[in-house]
Write a protein that binds this ligand. Structure first.
Ligand SMILES: *[C@@H]1O[C@H](CO)[C@@H](O)[C@H](O)[C@H]1NC(C)=O
Ligand SMILES: *[C@@H]1O[C@H](CO)[C@@H](O)[C@H](O)[C@H]1NC(C)=O
Length: 403
């Protein structure tokens, strides 16, 4: 007892045990009763669910994207064969010369990865027997295994307006290059004075605990899209209330991007359009107006297509966690999914408040009054995300805010 080595060993063992228990606890809660799930959920951070065993994130994140800096001739990212080829969707054509698409097509690695034809959103016409049969064999988050068919069908049936079929309306934006800013909540934005630059974009995406009041100079005020899963939205309201995230952003021109990861998202979306309380499940009794305002009609909502999310995860953020027993816990962060969504809809994309190589210099979020380190959780792979943003920035496909 008492030797530093012994102490370190004990600590490691303890850490290992704790994370195994947490992982098991979460796994159990996921497949177990809704009650136990809620308890576990409330113990955890808004997005992250479980603490990663020491080194997991590092190992997972240190592969291909990070490697790319060293040997350009090395193996390029191999698109997974897990996913069938997405069906093309018709999109409003862009006249923008210097676009995400043109830059991606000029890059040998990203040319292979991007499938700009992939439908980004899901709407009523997608609910076919063929889609149901296919998606019901894939587990959540991005499949429909175990979800009640009626609830999913009802939700999609309500997404029957033209606004549900496209993320943005090019005609309304007056032609030319559509410039989007995606604002993550990273500590790098504290003191950044990027508010004006952010607001100068045509469209601004925000997500989860997007605190604006008091941080206008750093993060701006414009908000065109707010993206979330019901789980991350509600957890953000709890975890970041003390920092001023007291309600979900609302506004006449604001649109909500639902990331479907669970039956909760379909149920909340259905109730939101119907203007009625959630009738069942873990959000039973919730009044969607409380989140999305009193006049939330179908036009206000966009539902990301599960195949699109699966495509993003498999091709861009295929973490090594997916090869472990914890595969079912893994998903890209909300910010990552929204940034990649913007890349498939906008012509030019700037990323603010996303993880950078020097993340250790910054707090977890821009609104924490005292520095809190970014914690790595097993359900995300932040270092892999960091490497992807770096790589996209170097290829000129995004402009990543760094300092
Ligand atoms: C969309 O569905 C709603 C509810 O079923 C219906 O009232 C409405 O007329 C439909 N709208 C369109 C454009 O088909
Ligand atoms: C944010 O910036 C302010 C002003 O520069 C500073 O006092 C504060 O410590 C910073 N917060 C964090 C969490 O770094």
């Amino acid at each position: 007892m008492g030797s530093p080595r012994w102490n370190r060993l004990c600590l490691l063992l303890l850490a290992g045990l704790t994370s195994s228990l947490l992982l098991y606890g979460h796994y159990y809660a996921t497949v177990g009763s809704p009650g136990s799930r809620r308890i576990i959920g409330s113990l955890l951070q808004p997005e992250p669910l479980v603490l990663a065993p020491r080194g997991t994130s590092g190992r997972a994140g240190s592969h291909r994207w990070a490697r790319e800096g060293g040997s350009e001739s090395g193996k390029s990212f191999e698109p997974s064969t897990v996913l069938e080829e997405p069906k093309p969707s018709r999109k409003q054509p862009s006249t923008c010369l210097h676009s995400v698409m043109s830059r991606a097509k000029a890059d040998p690695k990203f040319r292979e990865l991007f499938r700009f034809d992939t439908p980004v959103l899901m709407w009523d016409q997608h609910f076919t027997p063929e889609t149901w049969d296919r998606l019901k064999t894939r587990h959540v988050p991005y499949g429909w295994q175990g979800l009640p068919q009626a609830a999913v069908a009802d939700t999609l049936r309500l997404l029957n307006t033209s606004a549900n079929r496209r993320l943005l309306d090019r005609a309304a934006l007056g032609g030319g290059c559509v410039r989007c800013a995606v604002v993550g909540n990273g500590g790098i934005l504290n003191g950044s004075r990027q508010g004006r630059a952010i607001d100068a974009h045509h469209l601004v995406f925000r997500l989860n605990g997007a605190v604006i009041k008091g941080f206008e100079e750093d993060v701006g005020t414009k908000i065109s899209f707010y993206g979330f899963t019901v789980n991350t939205m509600k957890n953000s309201l709890v975890a970041y209330e003390e920092y001023g995230f007291t309600r979900v952003p609302q506004g006449k021109d604001l649109r909500y991007i639902f990331i479907p990861s669970d039956i909760r998202d379909y149920l909340m979306l259905r109730s939101a359009i119907q203007g009625s309380p959630v009738p069942e499940g873990s959000d039973k009794g919730d009044r969607p107006q409380k989140y999305f305002g009193p006049e939330a009609s179908a036009e206000k909502f966009k539902l990301l297509h599960p195949d699109f999310l699966q495509y993003l995860m498999t091709r861009f953020l295929h973490s090594e966690v997916l090869r472990t027993q914890f595969a079912s816990l893994y998903m890209p962060s909300t910010g990552a999914l929204l940034l990649l969504t913007a890349l498939h809809a906008c012509d030019q994309v700037s990323a603010y408040g996303f993880i950078t190589a020097n993340y250790e210099q910054f707090s977890d979020h821009y609104y924490e009054p005292e520095k809190k380190p970014l914690v790595f959780y097993a359900n995300h792979d932040m270092l892999l995300e960091a490497a992807l943003w770096r790589s996209l920035h170097r290829a000129g496909i995004i402009t990543l805010y760094q300092r």
